[in-house]
Design a protein around this ligand. Sequence first.
Ligand code: MV4
Length: 509
Amino acid sequence: MFKKVLIANRGEIALRVIRACQELGVRTVAVYSEADVRAPHVREADEAVLIGPPPSSESYLRGEKIIEAAKLTGAEAIHPGYGFLSEREWFARAVRDAGIVWIGPPAEAIAAMGSKTSARTLAVANGVPVVPGITEPLKDAKEAEKVAKKFGYPILLKAAAGGGGKGMRVVAGPKELAGALDAARREAKSAFGDDAVYLEKFVAQPRHVEIQILADTHGTVLSLGERECSVQRRHQKMIEEAPSVAVTPALRKKMGETAVRAARAAGYVNAGTCEFLLDKDGEFYFLEMNTRLQVEHPVTELVTGIDLVQWQLRIASGEKLPFKQEEISPRGWAIECRITSEDASNNFLPSTGRIEHLHLPSGPGVRWDGGIESGSEIGLYYDPMLAKLIVWGADREQAVTRMRRALVDLVIQGVETSRDFHIRVMDDEEFRRGDIDIQWLERRLTSILERRPPEESIRVAAIAAALLAERDRSARAVSGAASEAVQPAESSDGAGSWKQAARLDGLRG
Ligand code: MV4
């Protein structure tokens, strides 16, 4: 195992990797920008190197500075986390060329899965099912009409260089085709500098189901089962779970074998994820492979008992995976809610400010992967995801109930967060039934937001008001007697007021 590893990231994922290193007895090096001088990942690492000003283009995206920091501190390997430089082929190559171990897939595997059309071509060549359609860019509207007729409407135009849904257009019939092709081309050109567009049959109301892969350098490639990621808004996932209500053991085996085949075809090593669309008939189609550790990896860890980040480090240092495919199956149910600094009731507007109070949930089956603490300044330089709340339960019902309980226990004051939004989703009857697809949140958002605010928000607001009133009284008091005069907010029963008094104590800090 490595003696020292550099973590080329910030926030919750930097802390997650640091914890894995600590448990493996590996020393850690953090890198940080001027905005992160007081960030927890800098304090928790054994060493830290300043790499530049706050904008990520001048700090966390400066590959050469990060490699320099690794050389300076004697780190033998670099873990990129997710986002930033994690899927840049040139960086994986530069790290390797500098004689440093890249804790991720080979640069060649990143390249093979890098573009949508190259991943699609690789899939087709290896018997991995993709959505019916073409792989070569369309020449003109005339060709589009011919191909669309062959596959049948509705069809979906996609940018070849695409990502995040940009350059995508659903076309219901031949009359709309020429206009939609023009629009998709324009959007693709401005987003990716490439106006190549191809066409697929449109899959109606599918689920987004992905398969976690672990591959070692000795030829073992394993599937760790699926994650259901359908609860998303504008291509940002908000809630993920494992397993999926839509996946039977037989389907899990089939999707797992398919994902392993795709990974083998790309020469994949380390942790990766194959994304699929799963339609109402149980048909699945490969979309693309994410060549990194993903945000939602903890739900897989909780149902398989396998520490993905520790295995990323072990695989990178040459260890063999000791598991057999038959030994891996999900136990119980795990759900993750992404806690972001966004105001759901105001079109998910990013919120900024200082975390004034933070009360973290705990208790059976609760995991908090966070990157914030009381006093953290939340600005606009980086991603609004502050933390992930993950729970495990014996079954889905228990996991949803437990997530609601844990969210109620969570208090973040100082910035708007997605907490109340998540409580409302946990109360939604369709969500509770697992009756979700990739358009579900968009369809359901208005009714979710119209739901009565969770009673806990009202309680917390009452406690905050009581706290302010108490501060006011304390300020005017001439003796210490005033501190005993605190009355918790109105409550009908004695136990409730005890809890409120305790929470009030917590808020007092
Ligand atoms: C699709 C699709 C329906 N039919 N392809 C969106 C971005 C890219 N990753 C692929 N995407 C989709 N491709 C066909 N033929 C619907 C989507 C899609 C989607 C996929 C996964 C997760 C969220 C999504 C949200 C909207 C559309």
